[in-house]
Ligand binder design. Structure first.
Ligand code: AMP
Length: 559
């Protein structure tokens, strides 16, 4: 086989689970050996008339959604796309997102799930790395024109020849529509352990990596999550975070709600005035948010008039939720908070409905599956006892065994015996819940002392006037690095001496106290809404550029 033929093949560079593990997952019925798109079609044959998806413009039943996706699949096939081809998807939260996603899956194409906030550098990199031949997006959103991105992409990566744009395609083509009854049949040699779709790693320190999730592992991810969330056909899930992210996509998210025959309502605007209205209008029962949004929603319950009493599950994850914020949110939303800690690479932890409020406020949940194998190790790779901090390593039925076509990262990010090195610093409680204390590498080395950024942040957040805090190390000729705290305040800003005095009062060691304080209007966020420390550092010290490490082994400070 020549190299170009090999790279055409979806499975080239995909790291499979070990045979003995895969056998066990099959035998236990966790892996169901069906194409991922079956999630939708199984439901469409059971409850065709039930409402499946809604956005500001339209609303489709299960039968209509399956039909639209089949027509799209047929269109893709007629346009020359072949099973196994990769297609970059960059859609806004909308019904079109669901149609395109299920259309691609139904045609045997593997979508690369990029976020609306990704720009040409990342998209071109992901297209090259995945060997993509297609790109599909909306025309424009939030002042950004995706048609020019598409054109730029085709110029930079000539292999990308199929460009489709929803809305006003301009010089490009609208997504193709064929005869739904001629949607391609699943090939006889269909392999349910092959990649169904690609997620992208949430790194802010380098270009994102491709995370290939198989039909088997991803369906299990969505179904098991739906089970833990208690999802049923009477639930309505608000897709408020960018739908291509693992959290709103499959934890349980869009795929989880479709799996049970519930209703997914899409919004591209998660601000509380809009979101609360949707909650009232559609009797939304579940939503997933990042901590920064949770703070805003919590505050908004004070003045937004909408009736949000239908909301029974408010999932918060993606970044660390301060205990005080968890308590405030639980009060504001009648105990609806569920903490979620996970990663696109696999492992997802949830607090459970029967956990007491203290566990929900203080921990990031426990692994979703009994088959998840979690090890917490010290810097020498030795397993530590419960209560002791260490790096989280994990393997299991829905955790990848390697990034796609990335031997270099795989050598660093996976152990020889198949565990994913998360780069997250955690400790386990006696009940098996995990407490995330930070990133292994999110440490400032000040005058030879290691200072964990999150330790300082947690203490800063205890200050009643500090709403958000992020701590980074800035280069310093004498100390190596100085501790710089960027804060967002909710009233008059405290000055550095006042902050230091407050922290000293909480017992924080002197060497951990900020040397510099910057009051900012807002903290920069990553594509999915986590604090972006790399950008923050550049803003605070433009001259320092990329000199200071803030990421972990998997490349991201907060993921
Ligand atoms: P992503 O790949 O975008 O899902 O990001 C995964 C990373 O986000 C994890 O490895 C963690 O570093 C971080 N993360 C996700 N959820 C939480 C959480 N609840 N608390 C702290 N960090 C989190």
């Amino acid at each position: 086989m020549t190299e170009s033929i090999a790279l055409d093949d979806l499975s080239t560079g995909f790291v499979r689970h070990r045979e003995s593990d895969a056998r066990q997952y099959h035998e236990l019925g966790l892996w169901r050996d069906t194409p991922l798109w079956r999630l939708l079609w199984d439901q469409a044959s059971t409850t065709p008339e039930a409402t499946a998806v809604t956005d500001t413009e339209r609303c489709l039943t299960y039968a209509e959604l399956a039909d639209a996706a089949a027509a799209r699949a047929a269109g893709f096939a007629e346009s020359g796309l072949r099973p196994g081809d990769r297609v970059i998807m960059q859609n806004q939260n909308s019904v079109a997102f669901a149609v395109n996603l299920f259309g691609l899956l139904r045609a045997g194409l593997a979508p690369v799930m990029t976020l609306p906030a990704h720009r040409i550098n990342e998209i071109a990199h992901l297209a090259r790395a995945s060997g993509a031949v297609g790109y599909i997006s909306h025309d424009q959103a939030a002042g950004f024109d995706y048609r020019s991105l598409a054109t730029d992409l085709a110029a930079r990566v000539p292999a990308v020849t199929h460009l489709y744009v929803d809305g006003d395609p301009g010089d490009l083509s609208p997504p193709p529509v064929g005869d739904p009854t001629s949607a391609p049949a699943t090939p006889n040699d269909f392999d349910p352990d092959s990649p169904a779709l690609f997620l992208v790693s949430g790194g802010t320190t380098g270009l994102p990596k491709l995370i290939a999730r198989s039909h088997n592992d991803y369906r299990h991810n969505a179904e098991k999550s739906a089970d833990i969330a208690g999802f049923s056909a009477s639930d309505t899930y608000l897709v408020a975070l960018p739908a291509a992210h693992n959290f709103p996509l499959a934890c349980p998210g869009l795929l989880g709600i479709i799996a049970v025959g519930g209703h997914a309502v899409f919004t591209a605007d998660p601000a509380p005035d809009n979101a609360f209205e949707l909650i009232e209008k559609y009797r939304v029962s579940a939503v997933a948010l990042v901590p920064a949004l949770t703070q805003v929603w919590t505050a908004a319950t004070e003045w937004e008039p909408a009736d949000i009493s239908s909301l029974r599950l408010l999932q918060v994850g993606g970044a660390r939720l301060a205990e005080s914020d968890a308590i405030a949110a639980n009060q504001a939303f009648n105990g609806a908070v569920q903490q979620v800690f996970g990663m696109a690479e696999g492992l997802i932890c949830y607090t459970r409905p029967d956990d007491d409020r203290q566990t929900v406020a203080r921990t990031q949940g426990r692994p979703m599956s009994e088959l998840d194998v979690v090890r917490i190790v010290d810097e020498n790779g030795n397993t530590v006892s419960d209560g002791i901090e260490g790096e989280l390593l994990v393997k299991g039925p829905y955790t990848i065994r390697g990034y796609y076509r990335d031997d270099d990262h795989n050598a660093r990010s996976f152990t020889d015996d198949g565990y994913y090195r998360s780069g997250d610093r955690v400790r386990r409680t006696a009940s098996g819940h995990l407490i995330v204390t930070g990133r292994i590498k999110d440490t400032i080395v000040r005058g030879g002392e290691n200072v964990a950024a999150d330790d300082v942040e947690e203490n800063l957040l205890a200050h009643p006037g500090i709403r958000q805090a992020a701590v980074v190390g800035v280069p310093d000729a004498t100390l190596g690095e100085k501790i710089c705290a960027a804060i967002v305040v909710s009233g008059p800003a405290p000055d550095l001496p006042a902050v230091r005095q407050f922290l000293a009062g909480r017992g924080l060691s002197t060497f951990k106290q900020p040397d510099l304080l910057r009051v900012v209007d807002s903290l920069p966020l990553t594509a999915v809404g986590k604090i972006d420390k790399r950008t923050l550092l550049k803003r605070l010290t433009p001259e320092a550029g990329t000199a200071v490490t803030v990421g972990g082994p998997t490349g991201s400070p907060t993921g």
